[in-house]
Design a binder for this molecule. Structure first.
Ligand SMILES: Nc1ncnc2c1ncn2[C@@H]1O[C@H](COP(=O)(O)OP(=O)(O)OP(=O)(O)O)[C@@H](O)[C@H]1O
Length: 585
């Protein structure tokens, strides 16, 4: 995790920090000697060295502390920058089904062989920002607030013990005991005390975030259903619990600090008493006891470092776990994907945990074919699109241009098989930037052609700043959002166009006209839709039912046969006011 250059930087930071703290000890020792010796009225020349020593220690202390900060932060920030890149790469590879060695086998226990789509999606949705930002910054804290201060503290403590042993072994032994207590005993107490507290605080903080967000986001619904009080009470209870835990943690922290100060004073007194009992002269007694005072003080931050270490452990564990478990980079010698690849699915099965989304789906989509996927909500339609674009791994075979999908570079698969999917996002940027994302070199004429086809051009030209009007997802109507995303998908111009409910949010006439136009495209189109009316233009319709193919055929064939498609068609026809025996319109 830490490169050689940064290790050297950290070494110099520890060396400079130790030097700075030793100067602090030297300053106290020299000042103590100076005061005690001055009381004996020696000639001024006898004090000259100590006077220079005091000034020198004071100057060096400042300089070395500055050097420690500089070197330590440079190394820690360097480690952080490198780590961010590695975590990003690991996340990218973890989300890429093609780079996983366990792609085609069960990856978890239990009777249902699990695809990895669910875990990848969970990673993407919930943990991504957390891992990229908070966890990696935790590693920075680990270096700057835990390891560095602890290393400096112990280096100083050992030096002070060595000095005391040389001056008076018995006093050195007492100092060693005090330092052991303050630098190892108290940190152990702090770590144990904060271990369960940190875990419970993390839970309470997460509860508060969840309940607080519910209240903020669902304020209108809660008010309408008269449930505001109940939900606010839930958030209040979470806040109160967190407050209790934080107060307890503060008490623990303050108690450890108070104990540290007590150990520091008692050690200095014990050294003084020991030195006197050993018959040391007044100057030596003063030097030893004040040195003990400063030396114990230097190890007091180790308790705070231990407490912080406990808090940071989960973040550090997550980062190291992610780096260790990320699959290796995909083989760069992957074959080239043709301009018009055909697709074949054989026995495709996808499970999200215990939920089986697709169960043994076979499907052949030759280049140029228009396939519509229909079925009830939750039947597995969107999952099927995700399988085609390589977003979700499967237990089964996906062949692209005759070769297994995982043989190709995932970037090539994504470029060739993509379109409008359910998780497409509208960015807080201009209309132009939102569309050009799909093709940065697109001219305004290209953008206009895609927008016209998506039925969005009129709206764009009527905007105050036209193409350069800034937009955000929540300011668009459902239909505008969908058409913007469709225009982006059309601009990308992939050989296999995936369309998940492209006409959602539009009135029926516009929606049907749009879908009919999209199905008239020259390329391969795989369309997911709830609306059957325009599907006469599809070459094949696949009806999914609970992850299995229930029926397949053309619109005319399926309407002629009793089965789920005809049921859906009759229901739709009744709803739209058309006669059930009208097959096309
Ligand atoms: N990320 C996920 N985690 C867990 N379960 C999921 C996830 N995505 C889908 N599922 C489950 O998989 C099944 C198929 O979902 P999918 O989204 O493919 O259905 P769908 O036919 O597209 O539904 P809809 O028409 O409502 O969009 C459903 O039972 C759904 O709850």
């Amino acid at each position: 995790m830490i490169g050689r250059r940064h290790l050297t930087g950290l070494f110099w930071a520890v060396a400079a920090g130790t030097g700075g703290e030793l100067c602090a000890v030297g300053l106290i020792a020299a000042a103590a000697w100076l005061i005690a010796r001055a009381g004996q009225h020696p000639p001024l020349s006898a004090l000259a060295l100590a006077i220079v020593g005091v000034r020198g220690f004071a100057l060096f202390r400042g300089g070395l502390r500055y050097a420690e900060r500089l070197s330590g932060h440079d190394a820690a920030l360097g480690v952080l920058a490198g780590l961010r890149v590695r975590v990003y790469e690991a996340l990218r590879r973890s989300m890429d089904p093609h780079s996983s060695p366990a792609r085609t086998g069960p990856v978890g226990p239990g009777p249902v062989p699990r695809g990895q789509g669910a875990s990848r999606k969970a990673l993407r949705d919930a943990d991504l920002v957390q891992r990229m930002v908070a966890d990696v910054e935790g590693v920075q804290d680990l270096l700057l607030r835990c390891l560095l201060p602890a290393a400096v503290a112990w280096a100083v403590a050992l030096s002070a013990i060595g000095l005391s042993v040389v001056l008076l072994p018995a006093a050195g032994a007492v100092l060693a005991a005090g330092i052991l207590l303050a630098g190892a005993g108290l940190p152990a107490v702090a770590a144990v005390a904060s271990r369960s507290g940190a875990r419970r605080s993390a839970g309470a903080r997460s509860d508060l975030a969840v309940h607080g967000l519910d209240v903020a986001r669902g304020a209108a619904d809660l008010a309408a259903f008269g449930a505001t009080g109940r939900f606010v009470a839930r958030a209040d209870a979470a806040a109160a619990r967190l407050e209790r835990l934080e107060r307890r943690a503060t008490v623990v922290e303050a108690s450890v600090n108070a104990l540290g100060t007590a150990v520091q004073g008692l050690t200095a007194l014990a050294v003084l008493w020991t030195a006197q009992r050993q018959g040391a002269d007044g100057v030596l007694v003063t030097v030893l006891s004040l040195t003990a005072l400063v030396a114990v003080e230097s190890v007091l931050p180790v308790a705070e470092a231990a407490r912080r270490l406990i808090e940071l452990r989960p973040a550090v564990r997550r980062v190291t776990g992610l780096l260790a478990s990320a699959p290796p980079e995909a083989d760069s010698g992957s074959p080239a994907l043709g301009a018009r690849p055909g697709i074949e699915l054989v026995g495709v099965r996808v499970a999200y945990g215990e939920t089986v989304a697709l169960d043994g789906v076979d499907l052949r989509i030759p280049a140029g074919r228009k396939v519509a996927i229909v079925g009830a909500s939750g039947a597995g339609k969107s999952t099927l699109l995700a399988v085609l674009s390589g977003e979700v791994a499967t237990d089964g075979t996906v062949l692209l241009a005759g070769a297994p999908q995982e043989d190709y570079d995932p970037a090539d698969v994504r470029a060739a098989v993509r379109g409008l999917t359910q998780d497409a996002h509208v960015f807080a940027a201009s209309v132009r930037a939102n569309l050009a994302l799909a093709r940065p070199d697109a001219t305004t004429a290209d953008l206009a052609a895609a927008a016209r086809r998506a039925g969005l051009l009129g709206w764009i030209t009527a905007l105050p700043a036209g193409w350069d009007t800034p937009i955000t997802g929540d300011r668009l109507s459902g239909g505008q959002r969908q058409r913007l995303l469709l225009a982006r998908a059309l601009l990308a111009d992939p050989p296999v166009l995936l369309l998940d409910e492209p006409a959602e949010g539009l009135d029926l006439t516009t929606a049907d006209r749009l879908v009919t136009d999209l199905l008239g495209d020259g390329r391969t189109v795989v369309l997911v839709t709830h609306r059957l009316a325009p599907l006469a233009a599809a070459d094949e319709i696949v009806v999914l039912d609970r992850g299995k193919v229930a029926q397949r055929g053309s619109h005319d064939e399926l309407v002629d046969k009793a089965g789920p498609y005809r049921d859906l068609w009759e229901a739709e026809s009744l709803q739209s006011g058309y006669s059930a025996d009208v097959k096309t319109w």
